[in-house]
Ligand binder design. Sequence first.
Ligand code: SAH
Length: 393
Amino acid sequence: MEKAVILKKGKEESLQRFHPWIFSGAIQKIEGKPEEGDIVTVYTADRTFIARGHVQVGSIAVRVLTFKDEPIDYDFWHARIATAYDIRKSIGVADIATNDTYRLVHGEGDNLPGLIIDIYGNTAVMQAHSVGMHVNRKDIAKALQEVLGEKIQNIYYKSDTTLPYKADIDKGNGYLLGGNAQNVSTEYGLKFHIDWLKGQKTGFFVDQRENRRLLEKYAKGRKLLNMFCYTGGFSIYALRGGAQLVHSVDSSAKAIDLTNANVSINFPDDSRHKAFAEDAFDFLERMGNNYDLIILDPPAFAKHRDSLRNALIGYRRLNAKAIEKIQPGGILFTFSCSQVVSKENFRTAVFTAAAIAKRKVRILHQLTQPADHPVNIYHPEGEYLKGLVLYVE
Ligand code: SAH
């Protein structure tokens, strides 16, 4: 018997608008006893085909892979990855001499819900957020290898922390191809060590690339604080941009080691840079008011809707401190990567912070995630990164 999901009457509406998730409450019955991660065909109440996707346990019951009546097989993965690669070439981040660091697949934004693939030099790091993508990982890796050809020598699969915690599968990380990866990649001409084995996410925050490039333009002659620096991305761009002084801060000692290593491969023995392993709020409290360019790129303060209120208080406190202490004429790059915090929420938090600090502030840029992190227009939940560049009088 075909593995199928039959919707309740009228529950196909969001699918007709190509929303890629089916919630368990929309389902009338499930046939053919699918297991988590299986491909299921979705029918409306009157048995008309509407979609095909991965079935999963939880409130999102199906993640839709296609709205066309087509098989989900090797050719399917190959076609989706080939399209994703073409888009990255059009954007101008793939297949160029100065950059081999980019996101090739961004889940729903590439019509591949539950799958992330980041490219670092000749290594692809693949991350599954659904059991279905885990089950299909070998076909996906093979397609990836075929689409990118010689450019990819290693594929590292890293899903132990992103797969559903209760799923009864072997979540071991490891290489699906190669294994002798040199781990330095190039972002707009700058070199970065990427630690996909032990680092956060897939090893690097690819999503700040365009914002780092913008920062570089503001850096000349300035005294800069890069708060929540992780591997030092913004700091390295600031050094290239001609900053007078760059201080990088992160509470993780490992992140500070990585930042120092990244400074060294780009600007060996550059005395303009110093890194501090310290808590953000402690540092902001004691730092004085010498900086005239500050970056605040904290981790997601809210992972779920119920922590939204506390997250907004956190953003407000953090921004108030920075706005209070920045030099007159200073520039603040401030970000939120929490998906549940809307653009308006974030702007209100920063507005309140400015008022608390009693400084005159204007918005110069409104930033978001780059084009290799596309947002599916039918799935606005995929838009998560927000940033403001402020001029503080
Ligand atoms: N700006 C970085 C990414 C930042 S990720 C880039 O461009 O790559 C957020 C970082 O905040 C992590 O490295 C984490 O270790 C750090 N962090 C989390 N809590 C912190 C705290 N209380 N004080 C300082 N750093 C913190």
